[in-house]
Design a protein around this ligand. Structure first.
Ligand code: GDP
Length: 329
């Protein structure tokens, strides 16, 4: 057998061998800067169960501009997870700046759907367009949220029309033109199916996420595989390699193969395994395909590398990347 044959990929699973993880949704949040992303995520956190359980998070609410900015960084620098009934919604932030290193594609790749947030007065802006284009290329299921409809200068109908025009221009299929549109005042923690509906809570948005964004369909029984999509670091636990588990499962202290972008394989050991709960990272005993996790112990991990079962070290395709910027948060 040739090398190619010996390292041949596991045959594609037929759909009936895939499990639908109805307990998870992975959703990216896309917005032009200042269209209200941080405020909306804050509202989702407040209204999810986790927030109620965790009074500490409530104490983070701050007043001055500086503190608000700091809080924004806290929320969105790391992935956030909110619970709605029995479903964990992983909220994946997308970088708000122009993309040089394929960062947008990389993080969008962890999601199955996206929330496109558009300011009701400003309408779609360059960053809205840029990231939406990437999201549609990756076939993410979109939800449009027209935000800040309380603004005096809101022009809701026109902004809806502009947003629809943007989709008409960017959509890759007719199916992508069929998306729900919600209306929100993120600052008041309300979302509505129609602008004139009673303003109660963000529940319509939670419901729309559950009903519109597909649950991950994954193979939990094949060998572990995950693409390192982001890195984080703290002095205490060292480097965190962050990504979505493509298949299989992982437990703390397991051996993994680290496959570099050049295809070099080394055997390494995962130390701890984390998922997100609210704004926190919590240690868990096992993580399964479909979830977004962080692992420690792989001190030389880089973005774009694959972590895999050492018995089946198959690299995941990476997106063309120039020099990635390591964000220390
Ligand atoms: P981000 O840059 O997308 O994260 O936006 P922020 O959440 O930081 O919001 C930007 C500004 O818009 C802040 O001054 C918010 O207070 C304000 N804002 C957020 N949501 C609303 C809203 O629903 N209505 C109005 N009028 N302002 C909002």
């Amino acid at each position: 057998a040739t090398d190619t044959e010996t390292t041949m990929a596991t045959p594609e699973k037929t759909p009936n061998q895939l499990k639908e993880r109805t307990d998870i949704r992975n959703v990216a949040i896309i917005a032009h800067v200042d269209h209200g992303k941080t405020t909306l995520v804050d509202g989702l956190l407040k209204q999810s169960r986790i927030f109620r359980e965790n009074q500490q998070v409530g104490e983070l609410i701050m007043d001055s501009n500086d503190q608000e900015r700091e809080r924004g960084i806290t929320i969105l620098a790391k992935n956030t997870a909110v619970n709605y009934h029995d479903t964990k919604i992983n909220i994946i932030d997308t970088p708000g700046h122009a993309d040089f290193g394929g960062e947008v594609e990389r993080v969008l790749n962890m999601a199955d759907g996206c929330i496109l947030l558009v300011d009701a007065a400003e309408g779609p802006m360059p960053q809205t367009r840029f990231v939406l284009q990437r999201a549609l290329e990756l076939n993410l299921k979109p939800i449009v949220v027209i935000n800040k409809i309380d603004r005096k200068d809101a022009r809701i109908d026109q902004v809806v029309e502009w947003t629809q025009d943007l989709f008409l221009e960017l959509a890759k299929s007719d199916e992508q033109l069929d998306f729900p549109v919600l209306f929100a005042i993120g600052r008041e923690g309300v979302a509505m199916r129609n602008p004139d509906d009673e303003r109660v809570s963000l529940e319509p948005l939670f419901e729309t996420i559950l009903n519109t964004i597909p649950a991950p369909k994954v193979d939990m029984d094949s060998p572990f595989q995950m693409l390192v999509t982001a890195l984080d670091y703290d002095d205490y636990k060292g480097k965190y390699a962050i990504g979505r588990i493509t298949r299989g499962r992982i437990t703390p202290n397991s051996s993994v193969a680290r496959i570099t972008r050049d295809g070099d394989i080394s055997r390494q050991k995962v130390n701890l395994v984390f998922t997100n709960r609210g704004l926190q990272r919590i240690e868990i005993d096992e993580a399964q395909a479909g979830d977004i996790i962080a692992v420690t112990g792989i001190s030389d991990a880089n973005i774009g590398e694959t972590l895999a079962d050492p018995e089946q070290p198959e690299a995941l395709p990476t997106i063309a990347i120039s020099e990635p910027t390591l964000k220390m948060t």
